[in-house]
Design a protein around this ligand. Structure first.
Ligand code: GDP
Ligand code: MG
Length: 459
């Protein structure tokens, strides 16, 4: 293809939230529902990404599109929905100065309201400035709810008994209240007047399919406010991010990559990053999972591609990927270009996240580049200085760094460990130095524990 051709990618839409709220089932249901309204060859699922064509959205949401004055006005071609099994995967969808995700769906269990990872997801969404909608899921669990398969929420809601409607309203009010406590405004989506200022809440059920139409219409509404250039893709050399590094039987260590621009081909030289520096390698295989309905048997799960084009999630098989740190950028090096230049580019990008200064500040450790970046952004927003930020388990060097800080400022001579291990001997050594190690799997709690301790020590 002509590298100068320009196209617009469907917005990459991440689905995030607490465990068990229904993220995966919601995506399955959307896929299942839309397969019924399928446009030829359109709905395919890639590594964690599934494409919902706009034509299919129009078919199930026509009355709603008219109601919200979106009919015929939407220019996006559909959505690329991404399931993020945990916050690491979501954090890793990073790129310089922002996120690979264009939109987010924050899923909350309507019967439970905010939970720990709801706050966590929200922190990430806000730190990366991603427009988002709340899916208040498990609507069918509201006591007395009478389901209407695949109906828009508003339509089904009107058919419910008054006491049932009351319970739905109460549940929504509780979610709104939580947002208010965080200094944000939110409302049921059809009552939102200003989408710039209020978080829209759409009640959904991944079991009955109710509210899915509403959810996609709100996402469409949010995308209408994008600057079109934000979604521009070229057919030039591929640019992506490594979401996960995984060992696969028979293939060795593979990288799940979200390609947000350009093209990647079998045989291409790519540059990405490891902890010891940039890694360059040649792509041996490009693999996409087959759509469910095209699989004949469990052995026949994959398609081997010669090239894929943005936006897409693709598994890359190549040597040396075991060195690579999730969250790292990955670039195709065009023929004739300088490999050194690309190595430098990757190095620069990674060194923006991995910090080493002489400053008095804390030592921050996280499991991936994405979680580390989220952690640094959050620490800074709380006014906590960072001396060192790096990926990996807590090491002797971290303890030494913190003990150096401790001599000058005892309150910053600490280690904050997010999703990483502290080997036993390192823990003992930290104790000997009097270096405190804070550990938590929930970012805001980790920082809260530290700030709490900080305040106590100060008084
Ligand atoms: P995830 O961890 O957020 O991906 O959650 P899953 O999609 O794996 O769902 C967790 C559990 O909740 C499963 O047992 C689902 O069947 C159930 N579930 C998900 N969505 C709904 C829903 O809308 N209604 C009901 N009743 N159950 C749901
Ligand atoms: Mg899931």
């Amino acid at each position: 293809a002509d590298a100068s051709l320009v196209d617009y990618r469907p917005p990459i839409t991440v689905v995030v939230g607490h465990v068990d709220v229904g993220k995966t089932l919601l995506l399955d249901k959307i896929r299942g529902t839309f397969v019924a309204y399928r446009e030829p060859g359109m709905i395919t699922q890639h590594i964690g990404l599934s494409f919902i064509p706009w034509g299919a959205v129009e078919k199930i949401a026509d009355p709603l599109l008219a109601k919200f004055k979106l009919k015929g006005r939407v220019w996006i071609r559909g959505f690329l929905m991404v399931d993020t099994p945990g916050h690491a995967a979501f954090s890793n969808l990073r790129r310089r100065g922002g996120s690979v995700a264009d939109l987010a769906v924050l899923v909350i269990d309507i019967t439970r309201g905010f939970e720990e990872q709801t706050y966590e997801s929200l922190t990430l969404i806000r730190s990366r400035n991603i427009p988002f909608v709340v899916a208040a899921n498990k609507l069918d669990r509201i006591y007395g709810w009478e389901p209407n398969e695949n109906a828009p929420f508003l339509e089904s809601y009107d058919k419910q008994r008054e006491d049932v409607q009351g319970r739905v309203e109460e549940a929504i009010a509780r979610i709104i209240e939580e947002f208010n406590k965080l200094g944000m405004d939110a409302d049921r989506y059809d009552r939102v007047r200003d989408f710039n200022a209020q978080v829209p809440i759409v009640p959904t059920s991944a079991v009955t399919g109710e509210g899915l139409a509403d959810l996609l219409v709100v996402l469409a509404g949010l995308s209408q406010r994008f600057n079109r250039e934000k979604l521009r893709v070229t057919y030039g050399p591929g640019k992506g991010v490594v979401m996960e590094i995984r060992e696969e039987k028979g293939w060795g260590v593979t990288g799940d990559v979200v390609l947000y621009d350009g093209v990647i081909r079998k045989g291409d030289v790519v540059v990405t990053a490891g902890l010891e520096g940039p890694v360059s390698t040649r792509v041996k295989m490009l693999v996409l999972p087959k759509p469910l309905n095209e699989m004949r048997d469990p052995e026949d799960r994959y398609m081997f591609m010669d090239e894929v084009r943005a936006a897409v999630g693709v598994k890359i098989i190549a040597d040396g990927l075991d060195q690579v740190v999730p969250g790292a950028p990955i670039f195709v090096v065009p023929q004739g270009a300088s490999l050194d230049e690309y190595m430098k580019l990757v190095k620069e990008e990674v060194s923006e996240v991995r910090i080493e200064t002489d400053k008095e500040g804390v030592v921050a450790k996280a499991d991936t580049l994405g979680t580390l970046e989220a952690m640094v952004i959050y620490l800074r927003s709380q006014g906590i200085p960072v001396r060192k930020a790096d990926v990996g388990n807590v090491s002797r060097r971290d303890v030494v760094e913190a003990s150096i800080v401790k001599k000058k400022n005892p309150l910053y001579g600490v280690i904050l460990a997010f999703n990483v291990k502290v080997p036993h001997d390192i823990e003992i050594e930290a104790m000997q130095y009097g270096v405190r190690i804070f550990r938590n799997e929930i970012l805001y709690r980790l920082v809260e524990e530290f700030t709490q301790w900080y305040k106590e020590q100060k008084t």
